[in-house]
Design a protein around this ligand. Structure first.
Ligand SMILES: Nc1ncnc2c1ncn2[C@@H]1O[C@H](COP(=O)(O)OP(=O)(O)OP(=O)(O)O)[C@@H](O)[C@H]1O
Length: 760
C-alpha cells in the first residue's frame, strides 16, 4: 500500500514538474512582453518632449494603451494558468486564429480498434492568451473558442478531450494538478508514454474551500451546463433559471467577461449588472477585474441605479408592496402633472401685463383651461413649458383686440411677433410663468406626495385610503428607501429635462495663445478621463445582466428596462427565492421591459453551494413555499447535519454562543440571518466576535454565502411578509458547510429543537 502511494506521489511530482516547465516558459514569454510594454511607455514619454500637438495626442494614446497592457500583465500574473486539455486528432486539420485546431469531433481513425489512441494536441488554458514568439499558443484565453472543450467535455460527450487537467499555481510555482478522464475506456499515449491521471477532479477541491467576503472566479471549474450559458450568443434575451447555489451569479459575471472578450467594440457601450443589494455588489465586484476586464462593466445595486441616490434603507413589506406595484405608475403620472399646482398660490392667481398701452389680465378659469389644454397628451411636464408660454401669449393677444387690427397677413404676423416680444420680456410675465409652470424635480414631486391629502387626490381610485396613509407616512421619513429610487427614475421620465443652452467650455489660456483648441481636443481630456466620464454619464447599456431577477418589482423592471432599451439581456433568477409577493405582476412588467425580443431559456440544475444535508432541509421549506418545484441536486455531502437549538436564557446569548461555536469550527465566514426588523440589534449581538462573522436581515442575505450560517427564528422570517416562506428558503441556503437553526417560542420546536416549519 505504502509503495503504491509513493508511486502515485512520484507520478504526481513528475506531472507537477511537467506543468512547472510549461509555466516557466510562459513566464519567460510574459516577461518579454512586459519589457515591450515598458519600452513603449518610455518611448511614449520621450515623444512627450516633442512639442507638436500631434505628438502630444499620440503620446496620450500610447501611454494609455501601454498602461492597460502593463496593468493587465501585472494583475494577471497571479495564478493565471489553470487548465490543460489533451486532445485526439480532429476531424480536419484546420487551425483557428488562436493557433489551435478548430474541430470539436475526433477524426474517424483517431481511436484505433484496440481502444488505443495518441494525443495529437495539448492546450493550456488561462485567464489571458499568450502566444510564443512563433505565434503558437502557449496559453489559450479561457473565453476563446478553443478553450470551450475544457468546459464542455463530459464523459458522456467527450468530443476530442481525453484528459482534462486543472493546474493550481501560486505566482510562478505549480502546486498541484487534478485530472478528470473524459474517455476512461481509452489507453492514450502522449509522446510515447501512457497518459497519467492524478487526483479526484478540481470541482470538489474548489467547493470545499473556505469562503471569504468576496466571490472567487470559477474559470478553472466551470461545468458544462454553465458553460452553455456563459458562451450563449448575445442575441436578444438569455433567460437562466436555477435553484440556490447553481452558480447563476457566477455564470452571469463570467458571461459578462466572455461577451467583452468576444466583441469588445460592441460592449464598449457598457455592460450593466443589476444586483439586489449593495452587499451582493461588494461580494461580486472583485470577480471581474480578476477576469481581466478594463472597467466597461458597472455592477450597481438596484437602489443605486439613479445617480445621486444611494438608497440602502428598506420599507416595511406593506409599503414596499405599494411602492413596487405597477399601480404606482398611474399615481406618479397624476402627481407629475398635479405638482404644477404647488406654485405659490398668490403668484399664480392672476397674470397681469401691459401691452400696446392696455392692461391685460388672465385669471381663474381661463388659466385653468390653458393649463388643461397644455397638459393634454403625454409629453413630459417640464418640456411643456414653451407650449404653456405660447398659449398664455395667445390668450393675452386675443384679449388685446390686436388680432383684428390688420387684414394683411404679413402685417398681422409682424404685430403679433412684436406683441410676443414685448410681453414675454416683461418681468411680471416671466415671474408668473416661473411660478405657474415651475421646473419640477423628481425629488420635489416625491416630497409633495408625502402630504396625505394631496396624495389622496392623486391616488384616487388607484390606492385605498389605508394605502395612501401608509405611503404618505413613509415618504415623510428622512432619506430614500430602495423602492423610492424606482419612483424617482419614473418621475424623471414623466417630468423630462428641459434642454438648456450649452455652457461654453472654459478656455484654457494656453489654447488661446497657441490656437491649439481646434487641433487638439485631447489636451483637455485624456482618453482615460473620457472613458471614465462616459461611464459616469451612461444610462443606457449595450448589455444588461439582471441578477436575482425574481426580486425586481414592476416599478424596478421599468427602471432597469430604460437602461437597456437597445441592449441584449441576460436575466438570471429563481422564482422560488422571490421576495416580491405577486410574481405574475412582476413577470408582466418584466415582459414589458424586454418587449418582443425573443427569449432563450436555460436551466441550471446542480447546487454547488450547499452540502446535501443542508439542501435536504431547505427543500422542506421549498415544498411549502412552492409546492411541486424541484430542488437542485446537491453535489457534495459533508456528513454534518444541520444543528437545531432552542433559545436558552435569551435570544442574544443563544445566537452569540452559536455564532462563536461555528467560528471555532470553520476557517472562513459565518453569517447570522435574522428577520429584517432585528437587523440592527443582531449586529450588536455579535460585537467583538471579529470580522469573520456578520449579521444580516433576511432580505440582505440574497445571493451571499458563508462557510456557516445561523438562521434565527424561521417563523419570524416567514411571517414578515406574504413572500416570507420564499425569503426563509433563501436564508436556509446560504451555507457551504454548516447550518444552525435557532428557534424561539413562535417556532414551536419539537423535542429535538426542530421548528414546526422545518419538520419533514
Ligand atoms: N463550476 C463551479 N466551480 C466551482 N464553484 C462553483 C461552480 N459553480 C458554482 N460554484 C460556486 O457555488 C456557489 C454558488 O454560486 P452562485 O452564488 O453563483 O449561485 P446562485 O445560483 O447565484 O445562488 P443563489 O440563487 O442562492 O444566489 C459559489 O460559491 C460559486 O463559486
Amino acid at each position: 500500500m505504502a509503495a503504491q502511494e509513493a508511486a502515485v506521489d512520484t507520478v504526481r511530482d513528475r506531472e507537477i514538474g511537467v506543468e512547472q516547465e510549461h509555466l516557466d516558459q510562459v513566464y519567460r514569454r510574459l516577461e518579454e512582453k512586459i519589457h515591450e510594454a515598458e519600452f513603449l511607455m518610455e518611448d511614449a514619454a520621450k515623444r512627450g518632449h516633442v512639442g507638436t500637438p500631434g505628438a502630444l495626442a499620440e503620446r496620450d494614446a500610447q501611454v494609455y494603451r501601454a498602461g492597460i497592457h502593463l496593468n493587465r500583465l501585472n494583475n494577471e500574473f497571479e495564478d493565471f494558468l489553470f487548465g490543460r486539455i489533451d486532445l485526439l486528432q480532429g476531424k480536419d486539420g484546420v487551425k483557428g486564429p488562436d493557433g489551435a485546431y478548430t474541430s470539436v469531433e475526433p477524426a474517424d481513425d483517431a481511436v484505433r480498434n484496440d481502444n488505443t489512441a495518441d494525443i495529437a494536441e495539448t492546450l493550456h488554458i488561462g485567464r489571458i492568451g499568450v502566444l510564443d514568439a512563433d505565434y503558437a499558443p502557449l496559453v489559450i484565453d479561457w473565453r476563446a473558442p478553443a478553450a470551450a472543450p475544457f468546459y464542455r467535455s463530459t464523459p458522456v460527450e467527450p468530443g476530442r478531450v481525453v484528459r482534462r487537467r486543472v493546474i493550481r499555481s501560486k505566482g510562478r510555482r505549480v502546486l498541484g494538478v487534478e485530472d478528470d478522464l473524459m474517455r476512461p475506456e481509452l489507453t492514450a499515449r502522449l509522446g510515447g508514454a501512457e497518459l497519467p491521471v492524478i487526483g479526484d477532479g478540481a470541482l470538489m477541491a474548489a467547493l470545499g474551500q473556505a469562503r471569504t467576503h468576496t466571490m472567487r472566479d470559477i474559470v478553472a471549474s466551470i461545468q458544462a451546463e454553465q458553460d452553455l450559458v456563459i458562451r450563449a450568443p448575445a442575441a436578444s434575451v438569455t433567460y437562466v433559471e436555477g435553484g440556490p447555489g447553481t452558480g447563476k451569479t457566477a455564470v452571469a459575471l463570467h458571461r459578462a467577461a466572455y461577451l467583452l472578450y468576444q466583441d469588445r467594440r460592441r460592449y464598449a457601450g457598457g455592460i450593466l449588472v443589476v444586483s439586489p443589494t449593495p452587499l451582493l455588489v461588494a461580494y461580486t465586484e472583485g470577480v471581474l477585474p480578476s477576469l481581466g476586464e478594463e472597467g466597461q462593466v458597472a455592477i450597481r445595486a438596484v437602489g443605486s441605479l439613479v445617480d445621486g441616490a444611494e438608497a440602502t434603507a428598506y420599507d416595511d413589506p406593506a409599503v414596499a408592496r405599494i411602492k413596487g406595484s405597477s399601480r404606482m405608475l398611474k399615481v406618479l403620472r397624476k402627481a407629475a402633472r398635479g405638482a404644477l399646482e404647488l406654485g405659490e398660490a398668490r403668484a399664480t392667481e392672476r397674470l397681469r401685463v401691459v401691452a400696446f398701452g392696455r392692461r391685460l389680465e388672465l385669471e381663474g378659469e381661463e388659466l385653468q383651461r390653458i393649463r388643461h389644454a397644455v397638459l393634454g397628451g403625454t409629453t413630459p411636464v417640464n418640456l411643456l413649458r414653451p407650449r404653456a408660454r405660447r398659449l398664455l401669449l395667445d390668450a393675452l393677444y386675443a384679449k388685446s383686440g390686436a388680432a383684428t387690427r390688420h387684414t394683411d397677413p404679413e402685417l398681422a404676423a409682424e404685430l403679433r411677433s412684436s406683441f410676443d416680444e414685448d410681453v414675454a420680456s416683461e418681468d411680471p410675465f416671466i415671474e408668473f410663468l416661473d411660478a405657474w409652470w415651475p421646473e419640477l424635480t423628481p425629488r420635489g414631486v416625491l416630497d409633495a406626495m408625502a402630504d396625505e391629502r394631496r396624495l389622496g387626490r392623486w391616488a384616487r381610485r388607484i390606492l385605498n385610503p389605508g394605502e395612501v396613509r401608509r405611503l404618505a407616512r413613509s415618504l415623510r421619513r428622512a432619506g430614500l428607501t430602495v423602492h423610492d429610487v424606482a419612483l424617482l427614475d419614473e418621475l424623471q421620465t414623466l417630468l423630462g429635462t428641459p434642454a438648456r443652452p450649452k455652457r461654453k467650455r472654459e478656455l484654457d489660456p494656453l489654447d488661446q495663445l497657441t490656437g491649439l483648441e481646434e487641433l487638439m481636443p485631447q489636451r483637455e481630456e485624456t482618453q482615460r478621463e473620457r472613458a471614465e466620464r462616459l461611464a459616469a454619464e451612461r444610462i443606457e447599456y449595450a448589455h444588461v445582466i439582471v441578477d436575482e431577477a425574481q426580486d425586481l418589482t414592476p416599478m424596478q423592471w421599468r427602471m432597469v428596462g430604460r437602461r437597456g432599451r437597445h441592449a441584449t439581456w441576460t436575466i438570471v433568477g429563481d422564482p422560488a427565492q422571490s421576495s416580491w409577493p405577486d410574481p405574475d405582476e412582476a413577470a408582466e412588467a418584466r415582459d414589458e421591459a424586454l418587449g418582443t425580443r425573443p427569449r432563450r431559456r436555460f436551466e441550471l440544475t446542480v447546487n454547488y453551494r450547499n452540502p446535501s444535508e443542508i439542501a435536504e432541509l431547505a427543500s422542506r421549506v421549498l415544498a411549502l413555499a412552492m409546492p411541486g418545484m424541484r430542488s437542485p441536486h446537491a453535489v457534495r455531502s459533508t456528513g454534518v447535519r444541520p444543528r437545531f437549538t432552542v433559545v436558552r436564557d435569551d435570544l442574544e446569548m443563544t445566537v452569540r454562543e452559536e455564532a462563536r461555536r461555528l467560528l471555532d469550527q470553520v476557517d472562513g465566514t459565518v453569517g447570522v440571518v435574522v428577520a429584517m426588523r432585528r437587523r440592527a440589534e443582531a449586529a450588536q449581538w455579535l460585537a467583538g466576535l471579529g470580522d469573520r462573522v456578520v449579521a444580516l436581515g433576511s432580505l440582505e442575505a440574497k445571493g451571499l454565502e458563508y462557510d456557516a450560517t445561523v438562521v434565527v427564528s424561521p417563523a419570524e422570517i416567514a411571517d414578515e411578509s406574504s413572500a416570507g416562506l420564499r425569503v426563509l428558503y433563501v436564508a436556509l441556503t446560504r451555507a457551504t458547510q454548516q447550518l444552525t437553526v435557532v428557534s424561539a417560542k413562535a417556532d414551536e420546536p419539537d423535542a429535538d429543537g426542530v421548528p414546526d416549519l422545518l419538520r419533514s
